[in-house]
Design a protein around this ligand. Structure first.
Ligand code: NDP
Length: 495
């Protein structure tokens, strides 16, 4: 046991009357209050106000002023410098932000420190570098000249304007950083709408960004439920929405954006990611891979593996070792450094998982491990391993977004490829084998935005990330994000 003691600044932050962060300051707001619940205990730890129309108007107006004023007057190098300073600021406050995140989401404290703060800072540094690498191209126009005149053409990438970033509850800081890091690097301004389940951390991040020198209005935070997100997309002053969340909400967001005024949109959505093990895999490495792919942060990662395909000759051995490994996991308080597996992040998600467990039993899945809640307070379920009856099983096709690995054995490699692609989603996939040549032959045939070989889940800021098929539209990270946050302007000169 190495229980974390809450920092005095965390206690003080929880006690504040929270609302939004608009134009450089915390705004209490008169909107309806929403309780913030610690999923490890089921107890309310704070509350926030839901944004009113007046709050939304104020945030958009502030973002527009900053877009055409303070932010437009910074050079790309100054923007990059500010993003670096925000990264440093977050790292200075690692423990405070990590504790707040763990209290609102149930994330293991070590994961909050390493991913929500450490990785978020790494992403910000990537965006800082990108700020000075936004370029157009020069083009020789192709039509012939009739009177001897000449033409020169070039393109410019110009910032879109105010970008709404709508983020889910699974990584409240890191995913928000993907949104506002992209926006700020390209010269846009950003309004983040966190999930109503995890609204606290971004309020603190926005305060820290201001301390780092970010001009007022460049980063605003509006709290509230889905309606606030929808109103933001429909607002006349919003140029784009960058959304991360579930497929059904993403489709609704796309419709709202198109219907409103052709608001630009990018969608990072969920899915049902496949993990395939070729016959030659080492069983211990396969088990380590399944733990990495399926159980990190209780499986509440968009890129996590949920469909596991193992060669029939190897399945029993691998499942036996996997079940033994899961049996040793220390399930417990996420604020205890020694815990290895925490609660689900909120009550609706816990209820959804319990109903999926009933569904698994009803449809005849073999339960190898778990599939039940953990006794006691909080929203804990056991890590779960199932074997589906066939490829049609719901548990093999519907996103659980939880610690549920569903297996199906295959007999030949063409069948494995069909299983990989027999899903309407395509966020990520991983293939595990000692035969790299074989893996490289699979890669172009797997329909997914990211394919990992002998690894899963690692997201790198330098490598583009996004979904194929119904898992999204557009790409984040790398330099690919620049296209989605800028308008391409063509300039043609006659001379
Ligand atoms: P949701 O789609 O339910 O919600 C995402 C965000 O959208 C929340 O802030 C939510 O607010 C808001 N929202 C809800 N309805 C609307 C609407 N009509 N218009 C605008 N905004 C709306 O997802 P979850 O929060 O439940 O997150 C889990 C999902 O996110 C999973 O499907 C997962 O796969 C996906 N995801 C995808 C990632 C990717 O990069 N591809 C990364 C992480 C998660 P509120 O919560 O307050 O209702």
């Amino acid at each position: 046991m190495s229980q974390v003691t809450l920092l005095p600044e965390v206690e003080a932050f929880l006690a504040r009357q929270h609302g939004h962060f608009i134009d450089g300051q915390a705004v209490a707001s008169s909107g309806a209050r929403i309780a913030v619940v610690n999923p490890a205990t089921g107890q309310t730890v704070a509350s926030i106000a839901s944004a009113t129309q007046a709050d939304i108007d104020a945030a958009v107006a502030s973002s527009q002023r900053a877009f055409s004023g303070a932010w437009a007057n910074t050079t790309p190098a100054q923007r990059g410098e500010l993003l670096l300073r925000i990264a440093d600021k977050l790292l200075e406050h690692t423990e405070e932000l990590a504790q707040l995140e763990t209290l609102q989401s149930g994330k293991l404290i070590n994961i909050s420190r390493a991913f929500e703060v450490g990785q978020a800072a790494a992403f910000l540094r990537h965006y800082a570098g990108a700020a000075t690498r936004i370029t157009g191209e020069t083009i020789n126009p192709s039509l012939p000249s009739f009177n001897g005149e000449r033409y020169t053409a070039f393109t410019r990438r110009e910032p879109l304007g105010v970008v709404a970033g709508i983020v889910p509850w699974n990584f409240s800081i890191m995913i928000a950083v993907w949104k506002f890091g992209s926006a700020l690097a390209t010269g846009c301004t950003s309004i983040i709408k966190p999930s109503e389940f995890t609204p606290l951390t971004l309020l603190r991040v926005a305060e820290l960004a201001r301390e780092a020198g970010l001009p007022d209005g460049v980063l605003n935070v509006l709290n509230g439920g889905g309606d606030v997100g929808r109103q933001l997309i429909e607002h006349d002053g919003t140029a784009k929405v960058s959304f991360t969340g579930s497929v059904p909400t993403g489709i609704a967001v796309g419709r709202t954006a198109l219907g409103a005024k052709l608001t630009r949109f990018t969608l990072e959505l969920g899915g049902k990611n496949s993990v395939g093990f070729l016959k030659d895999v080492d069983a211990d490495k396969a088990v380590a891979g399944i733990m990495e792919a399926g159980f990190l942060h209780q499986g509440q990662i968009c890129a996590a593996g949920e469909r596991f395909f193992v060669h029939r000759s190897r399945q029993d051995e691998i499942l036996e070792k996997l079940s033994a490994t899961l049996g040793t996991l220390r399930i417990g308080d996420p604020l205890d450094d020694a815990s290895q597996f925490g609660p689900l992040s909120n009550k609706p998600h816990f209820d959804k998982l319990l109903s999926l467990f009933s569904q698994a039993r009803a449809e005849g899945c073999t339960i190898v491990h778990g599939a039940k809640p953990v006794d006691g307070p909080g929203y804990f379920v056991e890590p779960t391993v199932l074997v589906a009856k066939d490829a049609k099983a719901a548990l093999l096709n519907e996103e659980t977004f939880g610690p549920v690995a569903t297996f199906l054995a295959y007999d030949d490699e063409e069948e494995l490829l069909n299983l990989f692609n027999d899903t309407p989603y395509g966020l990520s996939a991983s293939l595990w084998t000692n035969d790299l040549g074989k893996a490289l032959n699979y890669v172009p045939r797997i329909q997914a935005g990211t394919v990992w070989v002998n690894m899963h889940t690692l997201l790198d800021p330098a490598v583009p990330f996004g979904g194929a098929k119904q898992s999204g539209l557009g790409r984040e990270f790398g330099s690919a994000f620049i296209d989605d946050y800028t308008e391409l302007k063509s300039v043609i000169i006659r001379h």
